[in-house]
Design a protein around this ligand. Structure first.
Ligand code: SF4
Length: 352
């Protein structure tokens, strides 16, 4: 029997890493907003209050998503599409339940099913803040409800990971969380203090190593340009040092762009922080890459990696798998030299 719209209700948050959008991940909201919310460059959750969600609430959301999936398949049978999730089935379901036209999560679930229903991302900014037994419980429920899912990922704060016991991290990984996206931003203590990251370089290393030891795939985001004109060199060298000490699976560049309304933006307006030009950022990037000694995929998949070559094309591939180090290290260094020859004077990145 077809479900009514009430059972379709579930929450989604706004943000997810670029790689989870491209793979059409199912977005399941485990917590609301960010429990730290103090990073000086970040405006994502500035006016939002952090809230934990109960396992019951999250399971109700998972049930609602499962109801949409099963009703799409049922209606597909009824209209002669053999149970296949397809455009015709989606239209038929919307015709039957017009409220789905305004459902914030229906297109996401539909595209997730179309793409094979293989990956899921736990929203919002730090799911690991949940009590371990509750996180394990809900993860197991998610995996049981959707056996097609091959990869589950989440954002996690280094501080939170470092505070979890090794056997807790092991249990979370075993329950089905495969990959952690960590906001490293910098490996330099002065920069980390400036941006109020709430963790030291040592804390980042400890967290990254603990996550790897527990069996997670670790994806570390860093921010070229975050040291500005004063700290760029230490930022580059110490970030490479921290990344070398962790040796994560993925290293992802998310260049610094000031977000209006944030403390870093104010500092620039007040002349307390001097931004690097795009060319200077490339010089910093060159030093970071030269210093990297890792076996990792180095990726430029964020839209902020705007540098161009002499033909006006993007300098780096925005592929989610990026460049395999160490073998592609020279390729990346050659590309940076190409970008420097092209003369990247102006950022063309626009935050939407
Ligand atoms: S931890 Fe992440 S989401 Fe929270 S304020 Fe910092 S950058 Fe933003």
């Amino acid at each position: 029997m077809m479900n009514d719209t009430k059972t379709y209700n579930f929450e989604t948050g706004v943000y997810r890493p670029p790689s989870e959008g491209g793979s059409y991940s199912l977005l399941v909201r485990f917590t609301r907003n960010c429990p730290w919310n103090r990073c000086g460059f970040c405006g994502m959750y500035k006016n939002e209050k952090f809230e934990l969600r109960t396992p019951e609430e999250i399971k109700q959301d998972i049930d609602a998503i499962a109801a949409i999936c099963s009703d799409l398949k049922d209606i597909s049978e009824q209209i002669g599409q053999g149970g296949k999730v397809c455009h015709e089935a989606a239209v038929a379901l919307i015709n039957k339940i017009p409220e789905l036209n305004y459902h914030q999560g229906f297109p996401m679930v539909y595209h997730w099913l179309l793409s094979g229903a293989k990956t899921a991302f736990l929203q919002d900014a730090n799911s690991l803040i949940m009590k371990t037994d509750q996180l394990v419980n809900v993860l197991q429920y998610l995996r049981k409800t959707f056996p097609s899912i091959a990869r589950v990922t989440s954002y996690g704060r280094s501080k939170t990971i470092a505070q979890k016991k090794a056997d807790e991290l092991l249990a979370i990984c075993k329950a089905g969380l495969d990959r952690l996206h960590l906001g490293l931003e910098s490996g330099d203590d002065e920069v980390l203090q400036l941006i109020k990251k709430g963790v030291t370089a040592e804390g980042h290393i400890k967290a990254g190593q603990k996550a790897l030891a527990a069996g997670f795939q670790v994806s570390e985001y860093w921010m070229p340009g975050l040291g500005g004109k004063n700290l760029w060199e230490n930022h580059a060298r110490n970030t490479a040092h921290v990344l070398n000490s962790i040796n994560p699976h993925y290293i992802r560049s998310r260049p610094f762009h000031p977000w209006p309304g944030t403390p870093m933006h104010d500092a620039i307006q007040n002349n307390e922080f001097q931004m690097l030009s795009p060319d200077e950022q490339l010089h910093e990037l060159k030093l970071t890459i030269q210093e990297l000694d890792v076996t990792a995929n180095v990726c430029f998949d964020h839209a902020g990696n705007y540098w161009k070559d002499r033909h006006g094309s993007l300098l780096f591939t925005h592929s989610y798998e990026g460049y395999k180090f160490p073998q592609d290290k020279q390729t990346v260094l050659d590309l940076i030299d190409e970008g420097l020859k092209a003369g990247n004077q102006r950022s063309t990145f626009v935050r939407l």
